[in-house]
Write a protein that binds this ligand. Structure first.
Ligand SMILES: C[S@@+](CC[C@H](N)C(=O)[O-])C[C@H]1O[C@@H](n2cnc3c(N)ncnc32)[C@H](O)[C@@H]1O
Length: 344
């Protein structure tokens, strides 16, 4: 196995480890395999913008040539990308780890002089970092480290941090907009996937729609009370969907996607037959179930005030001056920012 304890010297590549991923890690691996740059891909433009990017630029600006950065729970590398964009001419090195399989394709497309600054390590847990003690000048994480077992991950963070090193974190906030949207979306997904939800009603419509492809089938359907009941059930689910869409604009993307997906499924049933339609429905179910797992994770790991203060206390106990503040993007609370630096 390669020695990860010495500074990187070569181009970025994603290094898989051998650990068997847990179900949540598999969910994230599937998410990153789709090529998203970050975890709010449908909610925000490109990379995280505005205030978040401004916060990070402030943290990056003091980096000196040769300094070592570690990004914990990097995903597809949104922060290393911002670091490169901000500090392209400073000769830093950045290692980035994530417990999931990650696919930062954008890094592979960089010119060699920039690419060699980054090294991504897939399937590496924050609780067990494969780096030497006191290696890093700056440890960063955006909506990442709080997903780990925090006491152990913080111990590891402090072990690999130089005595004069700094820490900068953006953490999920229990009352933030992403957490609020997650709760709304979870409610929608729960309904969509329930026994009386849209997807079950659409699944029951597949066979009648297939049958309706022929004149004989249509004649049979017109005489069938069961088929009429299924049609009415599907119509009622569509009405319920519209009511949800009208009730609340926030967090409604998933309803729109479900509306499009069920229309596609029934169109497939009419044109390509039952198997194609059921496969499409199954794929959409899996996508929703993955989204449910990610959003549940967000809600479970978002920190309230006492929890974030506990993170601060661990860093203070290690001799750091800690500054914790709510981070806003325009009117929206986006998370906690936490900065820890050596005491002067
Ligand atoms: C919300 S995403 C954030 C990704 C990235 N930092 C960003 O801003 O786009 C959370 C990430 O934490 C990773 N993760 C969860 N538990 C972890 C752990 N124990 N160690 C390392 N990474 C972990 C997940 O695989 C996922 O990629």
């Amino acid at each position: 196995m390669e020695d990860l304890t010495s500074p990187p010297r070569h181009a970025p590549e994603v290094k898989p480890a051998t650990a068997v991923p847990d179900p949540n890690t598999a969910v994230w691996s599937r998410y990153w395999a789709q090529g998203a740059l970050h975890s709010c891909a449908t909610s925000y433009d490109g990379a995280y913008g505005g205030a978040l990017a401004a916060f990070w630029r402030t943290q990056f600006v003091d980096l000196k040539p040769g300094q070592q950065v570690l990004d914990i729970a990097t995903g597809n590398g949104a922060l290393p990308q911002l670091l490169l964009q901000t500090m392209a001419t400073t000769g830093f090195q950045c290692d980035a780890i994530d417990r999931a399989a990650i696919v930062p394709t954008w890094a592979a497309a960089l010119p060699p002089t920039l690419r060699e600054r980054l090294r991504f390590h897939a399937q590496i847990a924050a609780e067990q970092l494969p780096f030497a003690d006191s290696r890093f000048d700056l440890v960063i994480s955006q909506y990442g480290i709080e997903y780990a077992e925090l006491p152990q991950a913080l111990r590891e963070l402090l072990r690999v941090l130089r005595p004069d090193g700094r820490v900068a974190l953006v953490l999920h906030h229990a009352a933030s907009r992403p957490a609020l949207l997650a709760r709304i979306e979870l409610d929608h997904i729960g309904w969509l996937r329930a026994a009386d939800g849209l997807l079950a009603a659409a699944a029951d419509m597949v066979a009648p729609v297939v049958e309706a492809a022929t004149a004989e089938g249509r004649a049979r359907l017109s005489r069938s009370a069961d088929a009429e009941a299924l049609r009415q059930r599907f119509n009622a689910a569509q009405v319920a969907l519209r009511q949800r869409l009208e009730a609340r604009h926030d967090g409604a993307d998933v309803l729109q996607e479900a509306q499009d997906a069920t229309a596609r499924v029934l169109q497939l049933a009419g044109t390509r037959g039952e198997a194609a339609a059921r496969l499409a429905l199954q794929r959409f179910h899996l996508a929703l179930s993955d989204q449910q797992a990610r959003l549940t994770g967000l809600c479970e790991h978002a920190l309230d005030e006492p929890q974030v203060q506990q993170v601060g206390a661990s860093l203070r106990a290690a001799g750091r001056a800690v500054n914790i503040a709510p981070l806003h993007e325009g009117p929206h609370l986006m998370g906690w920012s936490l900065v820890a630096a050596p005491q002067r």
